[in-house]
Design a protein around this ligand. Structure first.
Ligand SMILES: [Zn+2]
Length: 200
């Protein structure tokens, strides 16, 4: 899964018109070469091009309606790690070992109504949960790690620890050794014949 988080478009991806605040739009999720690609279109393009038979189109996964909300230009305040910021960071790392934590965090955010489950699909025996962020409209694709009951507690403890202390900073990378560049042999002018003095 290449795109774990996909932002909502600010324009209709069919006619190109910029969405107005609070405008109703349609989101279509398609399976394109093993990655889910979202397409956001306006009401009239939906009616014209997609409404009929959208779910019969090749690669169709899911579709839903939502209200576009124009981005608010509020500066992001500095704050401690929240379930949301942690989930974003873990998804960005895109490491399989974080899949259980991502699953738990998404469930927490769903309870807080920050994420809404829009669809569930199965891909190569893996259940994928499609969530939409209730404020930004981003689509989060979370894979179900199929946790057993006896694993659950350990994962929850790990998530609580991450929420408290944040992600460990990556190990310091060794400073790059100074490049031992060979000193370029000076193009010795000695080899070139001296210019004959130009005596007048
Ligand atoms: Zn449109």
């Amino acid at each position: 899964m290449e795109w774990s988080i996909q932002a909502r478009s600010h324009q209709c991806q069919a006619c190109g018109r910029t969405f107005r605040n609070k405008e109703r739009l349609h989101t279509l999720l398609r399976d394109e070469r093993n990655a889910y690609l979202r397409v956001d279109v306006c009401e009239s393009c939906w009616a014209e091009h997609y409404a009929e038979g959208a779910n019969h189109q090749r690669g169709f996964v899911s579709c839903w309606k939502s209200l576009y909300s124009a981005p608010q230009p509020t500066p992001e305040p500095i704050r401690r790690e929240t379930a949301e910021t942690l989930l974003r960071k873990l998804l960005e790392l895109n490491a399989p070992e974080h899949a259980p934590a991502c699953f738990i965090l998404a469930a927490m955010l769903e309870r807080k109504r920050l994420l809404k489950m829009k669809s569930q699909t199965t891909e190569q025996d893996r259940r994928l949960l499609i969530y939409e962020h209730s404020k930004t409209g981003e689509v989060f694709t979370i894979s179900d790690p199929n946790l057993q009951l006896d694993q659950l507690e350990g994962v929850q403890r790990g998530v609580a620890r991450l929420l408290e202390h944040g992600l460990e900073p990556p190990p310091p990378t060794a400073p790059e050794p100074p490049r031992d560049e060979p000193v370029a042999p000076s193009e010795s002018p000695a080899s070139s014949p001296a210019e004959p003095p130009n005596h007048e």
